[in-house]
Design a protein around this ligand. Structure first.
Ligand code: NAD
Length: 331
């Protein structure tokens, strides 16, 4: 089985490459990444050496029909797993066009190339943000919840999901969509909430928290997400959507307290900053369909895994220091 993984030099994509190469004897995994600011070859360091006969890297833009066509003409892929995306909500507010280019045009280019080159399966890695926001009082998103994206990021992911489903309905392409909640774990870009808070704390800088820090996210370990994507690749029913979550809701402020407490830093470092426009209050997912139909469940206990994650950033300063930019607001 030959797999085409896009965005494999980013956070989740690089964890997925490690997961699949380590746990399965997949014949060949090709990683296509444009190496934007969010993608780094340091995220996949060691893979070519360790799995040289089963892993290769191509620098390419998924929105370039010529580049993708050339790659699919060269190899017959069994499946595309599309992680490549512009993924930072704040950047989607300041530069939405990049999000349309990669998340919508890029997905369309991949779908069309997959169809024309007879690629059997297509896993579109999506997000719970396509459902918009829940109220503070309760409720969870199911696969039947209405699509109501709030940001240019989530709107572009919604557009990509709908294009992917149209390739199932129109052309019979075996498309499976996964919609996951917020991920934590190693190799996440320093602009994202958890690494940013850890890094600010380590540097004894102010930790910028939006509004009053009451926004709620359901946090899942990245390797649990990777296992679900693999299960969707193998067992997902074509044309279906699977919500992925961990039933692990945290207010941003409580999460920041946990980070500061674990690092032995003062909570006085927190600075409340003006809210992000259109900031979704709460996300929560019902993952029952994925658990039942994909035979998947989360394995990482949050209380331990979040501490291991914090310790990873403490120990891997040489990885994040070059990537860090001090001018991004928190997410
Ligand atoms: P990331 O920003 O860390 O990585 C994105 C990768 O895509 C980078 O390596 C980047 O270089 C690459 N890329 C960007 N534009 C490209 C293009 N035009 N062509 C080729 N490569 C390109 O993102 P992530 O957090 O790893 O997210 C991966 C996927 O998972 C995204 O589709 C995102 O929407 C989805 N997702 C993320 C989360 C989360 O919590 N991080 C949750 C649910 C879903």
């Amino acid at each position: 089985m030959r797999l085409l993984v896009t965005g494999g030099c980013g956070f989740i994509g690089s964890n997925f490459l490690r997961y699949i190469l380590r746990h399965f004897s997949t014949e060949m995994v090709s990683n296509v990444d444009a190496l934007t600011y969010a993608g780094s070859l340091t995220n996949t360091e060691g893979l070519a050496g360790e799995y040289g006969d089963r892993y290769e890297f191509y620098k390419a833009d998924i929105a370039s029909a010529d580049q993708i066509d050339a790659l699919m003409s060269k190899h017959q892929f069994y499946a595309v797993i599309n992680f490549a995306a512009e993924s930072h909500v704040d950047r989607s507010i300041s530069s939405p066009l990049n999000f349309v280019h990669t998340n919508i045009v890029g997905t369309q280019v991949l779908l069309e190339a997959a169809r024309r080159h007879g690629v059997r399966r297509f896993v579109q890695v999506s997000t719970d943000e396509v459902y918009g926001s829940l109220g503070a009082e309760g409720g969870v998103f199911t696969e039947d919840s209405p699509l109501a994206p709030s940001s240019p990021y989530s709107a572009s992911k919604t557009g990509a999901d709908l294009l992917a489903l149209s390739y199932f309905h129109t052309f019979g392409q075996e498309v499976v969509i996964t919609r996951c909640t917020n991920n934590y774990g190693p190799w996440q870009h320093p602009e994202k909430l958890i690494p940013r808070m850890i890094i600010c704390a380590l540097r004894e800088r102010r930790l910028p928290v939006y509004a009053d820090g009451q926004n709620v996210r359901d946090w899942i370990h990245v390797e649990d997400h990777c296992a679900a994507i693999n299960a969707a690749l193998l067992n997902g029913k074509p044309g279906e959507v699977y919500n992925l979550g961990s039933r692990n809701e945290w207010k941003n402020l409580d999460l920041v307290h946990l980070i500061l407490d674990h690092l032995g830093k003062s909570r006085d470092l927190i600075e409340f900053v003006p809210d992000r426009p259109g900031h979704d209050l709460r996300y929560a997912i019902d993952p029952a369909k994925a658990e039942n139909d994909l035979k998947w469940k989360t394995l990482f206990p949050f209380e331990q895994a979040i501490r291991d994650t914090i310790d990873w950033y403490v120990a891997n300063r040489a990885w994040w220091e070059p990537l860090e930019s001090a001018d991004r607001p928190a997410t």
